[in-house]
Design a protein around this ligand. Sequence first.
Ligand code: HGY
Ligand code: MN
Ligand code: MN
Length: 417
Amino acid sequence: MTAELRVDGDRLWSRLAALGEIGAVHGPNGERGSARLALTDADRDGRDLVVSWMRDLGLEVSIDAVGNVVAVRAGSDPAAAPVMVGSHIDTVRTGGWFDGNLGVLGGLEVVETLAQHGIVTRHPVAVAFFTDEEGARFQPDMLGSLVYVGGMALEDALDVRAADDGARLGDELARIGYAGGVPCPTATAPHAYFELHVEQGPVLEDEDVTIGVVTGVQGISWTELTITGQSAHAGTTPMRLRKDPGYVAAAITTGVRAIAHEMGGTQVATVGRCEFVPNLVNVVPSTVTMTVDLRNTDEWLLQQAEAVFEALCAQLAREEGVTISRRQLARFEPVEFHPEQVDLIEATAQRLGHSTKRMPSGAGHDAQMLARVCPTAMIFVPSVNGLSHNIAEYTHPEHITAGADVLLQVVLAAAGI
Ligand code: HGY
Ligand code: MN
Ligand code: MN
């Protein structure tokens, strides 16, 4: 009977819509996104809503010292470690309804479906959301799950300063009421971890495939550069006498794009943040602060890209007479998911009649941290036009339902009856 069990896609969609309205951002063409940067009031409101749903489902909710929330449905074997599903509910400033939220609310849908049919699994089932997965306000990304698995000391995490307003992470956590009492890192590793997530890229839609069977996550390298030159009058200062950090920032931006182009393969490079001081039309800037995001599925190639990027910075600094200081905001090696869990997801999706494709994840996810402590894998569903980190992010309801059905059946297989 359990093999035929399916989720209630409408119920899941209505939760996604309700959460999506918290920190709502509406676009000119009817786009409906969300802005819930980590530990802001909007994040608090989103957390409160999801925790209320967890409690309505009778789950045992716990909050740890970095604000990770884990809600557990008891299994028939109390000594068994839980099968965990989850993701994040914080967003970037131009977030969508699905990035992260689908993994958490899909997990709640799995639990509600089990409860509705009176099914008690052997292993408990835990639904989790992790603090600050996006890393947009507090770096690095996947911060909460990194602390959860012991990859970052709690004290260091609590002292991280926000990129926007310099607020201390620990203070913001307390301010929104999510400085929990459960110690970090977690005392017990999950039996297994599965994360349902939108692909956030164009591959599944382009190949008309419903389920992405995620084999791993590519390596991530985030660097913040502070380029210091000589502020001067835009009209009176001859070009040969300038020490212009604005020019160097532009040269780095085109330079890292050239690195990705020359390397090809999965190499990507992004300058997402670039702030000029004093940022005025008639002033050669004094400083520019910018970020460079480099990623590759291969660690050795990622190191090559970093080396070329570093050499470019040194050359530009020498030629223009500026200084460049660097701060590593995030650095994670590529992660391979556990073959057994990857196989289970593929076989389950195919048993349910869905087309599948094995693929790496271009985006970072909490799953890459959970993979350090337990067998882990991910399920992707298509993103319309491959868009994410964009309020136009969208996934068709039938794909949302298909992904949640696969998650349900995978949890049943992993947790046992
Ligand atoms: O940047 C990432 O890949 C993730 O969305 N934090
Ligand atoms: Mn995400
Ligand atoms: Mn994201």
